[in-house]
Structures are given as C-alpha cells and as structure tokens.
Ligand binder design. Sequence first.
Ligand code: SAM
Length: 283
Amino acid sequence: MDKEKMLSNPQETIRVIKENNFTFRKNYGQNFLIDSHVIEKIIDAAEIDKSSEVLEIGPGIGTLTQYLAENAGAVKAVEIDDKLIPILEKTLAEYDNVEVIHGDILKQDIGAMFGGRPFKIVANLPYYITTPIIMGLLESRVPAESITVMIQKEVADRMKATPGSKDYGALSLAVQYYADPYLAANVPPNCFMPRPNVGSAVIRLKRLETPSVEVKDEQKMFKLIRAAFNQRRKTLANAIKNFEGLSFSREEVEAALTSIGLDVRVRGEALSLEEFAKLSDNL
Ligand code: SAM
C-alpha cells in the first residue's frame, strides 16, 4: 500500500475515525499509533518476515496490522470492540493474509489458533491487561517464539530490572525465568492518538527453550518471591515467616540462607533468580 494512504499517516487515521464516527473507549485502553518510525521499530524488533505467522492483540483500526500484513506470511488479529470490526474490514481490505477475530484475547484458545505451529505475538497492548496477558502467555505452553509489545515504560523497566535496582521485583523474576527481555525503544506520548498519560516502551520477550534456572518446585519458589517483595523493606527471613501458603519459621529461612552463603539479614531485593531457586531447594 502507498505509504501516504497507510494509517501510520496521522491524517489518514483522523479521516478514518471521522468517516466512521468512531469514539475512543478508555476502558479498552485505546491509544492508536500514529508514528511510522515506531511501527517500523516494532516490526524490526519482532524479526518479522514472510515466513512468520503473527498473532496481533487489539488491532484497533489496523495501523500496526497493515505493516504486519505487508511483512509477515499470515496475521490473525483479535479485537474486542465490535465498533472496530467493520472499520478493520475496510482498512485491511487489500490484504488476503489477515484474519480479524472478534473477541476477548483473555478468552481465546491461543494455543489452538495456529494448529501447533510456532508463531510470534506482536501488539500495542491495552495497558489495563498487560500483566495478565504476558504472564498468562509465558506460563502457558503456547508455542509463541517471542512477544514484542508496546507497554507502559514503567512496566518494561520492571520486566528487565536486575537485583538491587528499585524496579526489581516479582515481575522481573517471573519474566526472566521464562524469557529474555530486550528493550527495543522508548516511545513518547505524542506517538499515539489520543495521547496516553504515561511514557511507553517496546519490549521483546524471547521465550527460552528451558527456564533460565533449575528449581525443584517452581510454585514454591514463586511463593517465596511473592513473600519477599510483598514486604520488601523487611529482611527476607521476616518477610517469609508466616507468609500465607508458606510454613517456614524465621530460623529455618536463616539456616537455608546461611547454607547458600547469604547473610541472614539479606533482603529479597538483593537475591538473583538463581539464589531464589537455591533458597527454595534448600527450604
Ligand atoms: N493496534 C492498534 C494501534 O497500535 O494503533 C490499537 C492499540 S490500542 C493500545 C489497544 C487495542 O486493544 C484497542 O483496539 C482495544 O479495543 C483492544 N482491546 C482491549 N482489550 C482487549 C481484549 N481483552 N481483547 C482484545 N482486544 C482488546
């Protein structure tokens, strides 16, 4: 398609919105992209080529979808807002490799969508469901090779944070257990219509073939992590003792910490994922 006619041209987005009397719905997190450079960065970061099958979450009026259709082999796009479906039929009319599915992404059987073949997920995510979508995808056995998404900058920083930093927490550890995060771009509010109140970032999560650390009981480790960051100012031993779902005394945690060479007064925010795995195995 001629670049001028693409929705990444803000004039074209305004025209489509007016022509269809579309009104933005805040509760669906609708902030449409209007910057071609940002879209190109997303396509590059996702490493899309004609051999790629792509799932797009929330196509909106089809801005990113047009680029995906031009660069990928096949695209499936799941959109919840019924008002957008007839608009997408028009803006994507010239592409025969795109299928628009009307529905809620949280209720789709994503694993079955590509018949078990590997695929990539690309989205400018509705920010209100960023964490449930990403954690749901990482924890499931869905064969998504990578997830390249626009999310709140603050959430992207937490996903890639390392021990000791203020952004480091349960989300950093959960994401880094399953995937390798890469920050592809920081994106200011003026690249969207309407402008969001927060800064955004494009992050790519490449799923690891096996989790980044070995641990005997994954669930126990994640409970310990939750306990550690639930009260992050406390020592780890105090945060874990009496935490709901765990039954360890302070002395038991301190003994386990000593056995893996850590100070008994250490806080959770200082431990790496590997150290949480060791602690879990020792408790
Ligand atoms: N991809 C478009 C773009 O970049 O311009 C739109 C992105 S906008 C941030 C998020 C989109 O996700 C909206 O179109 C919204 O209606 C849709 N959406 C919100 N919640 C959804 C859900 N649960 N399932 C599927 N789509 C959803």
